[in-house]
Ligand binder design. Structure first.
Ligand SMILES: Cc1cc2nc3c(=O)[nH]c(=O)nc-3n(C[C@H](O)[C@H](O)[C@H](O)COP(=O)(O)OP(=O)(O)OC[C@H]3O[C@@H](n4cnc5c(N)ncnc54)[C@H](O)[C@@H]3O)c2cc1C
Length: 556
């Protein structure tokens, strides 16, 4: 006869009641619950409200969220040789990664504005990309690079003609076979070398002409690339020293004759974040490539790609902030402490509202830049995007790590656990700031833009003037910013201060025009006056934090 333990039977059951644990944030529509996004898409000329609603439903589903977790739990593995000893340079990914890539490509995140350049195409894509990144950010790297490669390829119409259709096709094909056997391809880039990342002029990889050595002709590349992300891409834009100077090349994984191109992956880097995406160190051993654009003008050619990837960094980091804000508010709305719901307690309201205005400011700025991308034929929009892209890339990406950490703290100990999305958002958060031109490089680019084309500053202040007179804090801030710009001494030394000021002024001007007053007032009072503190949750009194939190709630 089995023994009975009456005490443990009853006590165990009662101590294992799960109470006061917020449910996971899933099976919600991440588009329709994001008012700043939905209003912004409509305001900036987006036309895909119906399909964004469907996409948001998918992106908030438990099924999609699980893909993001799986793609990161099972990191990519490098296989350099096959069973018989042939060099294969293969990176194997979890099926969840491929599913995310397929969804992204089928929804045109890699190319929709190029394939179907209708009004609002960039705004539509930016919104889709923003939703997809909230599910998983790392796979966005090859998606962005593919998107960004096309403008650079326009410098070589012959290559654009043969590659353009495949690059923009809504068809993801992960097979390790030559590009000419595929309907759709993905593209990467290989600029950075050990001795030179920001300063690519230090690149030592050499390009040897196989035939005439003209733009569009074939070369062989010899050298080493220190960072090649997504090495399973079908081709890469590469910088290398041709006889006439640093030039841009398109290097396919397979040669045109179907033989394997000697692009040897030495190892995958062990990254602190961006785990689902592989980043490699790669050796070029006489790798076949076509020259893109003029010889010796490689930076000028590839900068077209870089401008696009920087713009995408803005979208990606805004998305990270939105997801962190949604998680924090969701948690605090379901969690009680000291006798009340966390989200209703004044100090927590200050923190949540501060997270929410940071997120809305980022979303609003990136959507404004998407509109500028849609109207590059307009002089004001073109000049504005030239100056506001480095401003936005610098600022939004730099604000994200601290934002992620503060959102994590709202969730408390569970926010640190790998079962939650917060550790992933946190580890992802510094990467956009460093990749594609780190903070200082963006600041120097702002100065370069102003020096080369002073009209960009006029366009910038014209944009700010649209909000003039609506908020006294903003008006004062803009006046001070103009004064700061008069002082050209130590401009480089003070470039971060200048970039901070430009970003805040632009975000303030956009919110004052477009966001509800309680959001714009909080932003201007919390960010644009001298006593503004650096920590999150230090907004001044007299603001409607409850309304700000309510607006950012991830609930219908
Ligand atoms: C996850 C990840 C993926 C990547 N994938 C790719 C890829 O696919 N292809 C690729 O080509 N590269 C890739 N990179 C490389 C990345 O673009 C570089 O790391 C970045 O451009 C910085 O270059 P660096 O590391 O050589 O740093 P450095 O150029 O040495 O810069 C170090 C620091 O100095 C600062 N600095 C530089 N010049 C100045 C100056 N004049 N004044 C003041 N400060 C300055 C920079 O802002 C930076 O903070 C990737 C990086 C990461 C983290």
């Amino acid at each position: 006869m089995s023994q009975r333990y009456p005490l443990s039977d009853t006590l165990q059951a009662s101590t294992h009641q799960v109470e006061n644990q917020p449910p996971p944030l899933e099976n919600y529509n991440s588009y329709t619950t994001d008012r700043a996004l939905q209003e912004g898409v409509q305001r900036e000329g987006g036309t895909d409200d119906a399909s964004l609603k469907a996409f948001g439903k998918w992106a908030g589903s438990a099924e999609a969220i699980a893909l993001g977790f799986d793609a990161n739990r099972y990191s990519p593995q490098l296989v350099t040789h096959d069973r018989q000893g042939h060099r294969v340079d293969l990176v194997e990914f979890h099926p969840a990664y491929h599913q995310l890539m397929q969804t992204a490509v089928e929804h045109g995140l890699h190319a929709s504005p190029w394939r179907n350049p209708k009004p609002g195409a960039h705004v539509n894509r930016a919104a889709n990309y923003y939703l997809h990144t909230q599910v998983e950010a790392a796979h966005g790297c090859p998606i962005t690079m593919t998107f960004a490669a096309l403008p650079a390829l326009r410098h070589q119409p012959s290559l654009l003609e043969s590659w353009g259709e495949k690059i923009t096709a809504p068809h993801y094909d992960p097979r390790n076979v030559p590009y000419f056997e595929k309907q759709g391809v993905t593209l990467g880039m290989a600029m950075t070398e050990k001795q030179g990342g920001s300063d690519v002029r230090l690149n030592t990889t050499r390009a040897y002409p196989i035939d005439q050595g003209r733009p569009g002709d074939a070369f062989e590349l010899v050298g080493h690339k220190w960072f090649v992300s997504a090495p399973m891409c079908d081709a890469f834009l590469v910088l290398a020293q041709a006889p006439g100077g640093l030039s841009c090349f398109l290097l396919p994984r397979w040669r045109p004759d179907g033989s394997k191109n000697p692009l040897h992956i030495q190892q995958l880097k062990r990254k602190m974040g961006n785990v689902a995406n592989a980043s490699s160190e790669t050796e070029l051993r006489g790798a076949f490539a076509w020259m893109v654009g003029e010889e010796g003008r490689g930076v000028r050619t590839i900068i077209e790609m870089v401008a696009m990837t920087r713009y995408d960094c803005m979208i990606g980091s805004s998305a990270g902030m939105r997801q962190a804000t949604a998680q924090a508010i969701h948690h605090a709305t379901h969690r009680h402490a000291f006798g009340a719901t966390l989200s209703e307690q004044p100090l927590m309201q200050n923190v949540l509202a501060d997270l929410a205005i940071e997120s809305e400011a980022a979303t609003t700025l990136m959507l404004r830049m998407a509109r500028a991308m849609d109207h590059q034929d307009n002089e004001h929009e073109r000049l504005l995007s030239r100056i506001a892209t480095p401003v936005g890339k610098y600022w939004i990406c730099k604000r994200t790590p601290h934002h992620a950490y503060e959102a994590m703290e709202v969730i408390g100990g569970s926010g640190v656990m790998e079962t939650h999305i917060m550790p992933r958002l946190f580890r992802e958060s510094p990467i956009n700031a460093i990749w594609e031109g780190s903070g200082n490089v963006q600041c120097l680019d702002i100065l370069r833009a102003i020096e080369k084309q002073p009209e960009v500053l006029d366009a910038f202040f014209d944009e700010l003037a649209k909000a003039q007179g609506a908020n006294a804090n903003l008006d004062r801030f803009v006046r001070n910013l103009k004064q700061d710009l008069q002082d050209t001494q130590a401009l480089q030394y003070l470039a971060r201060q200048l970039a901070d000021g430009m970003a805040l002024a632009l975000q303030g001007a956009l919110l004052v025009q477009h966001a509800p007053d309680y959001v714009a007032d909080a932003f201007c009072a919390g960010r644009l006056i001298e006593r503004s503190a650096l920590n999150t949750g230090t907004l001044p009194t007299g603001l409607d934090c409850a309304a700000i939190i309510e607006r950012a709630q991830p609930l219908e």
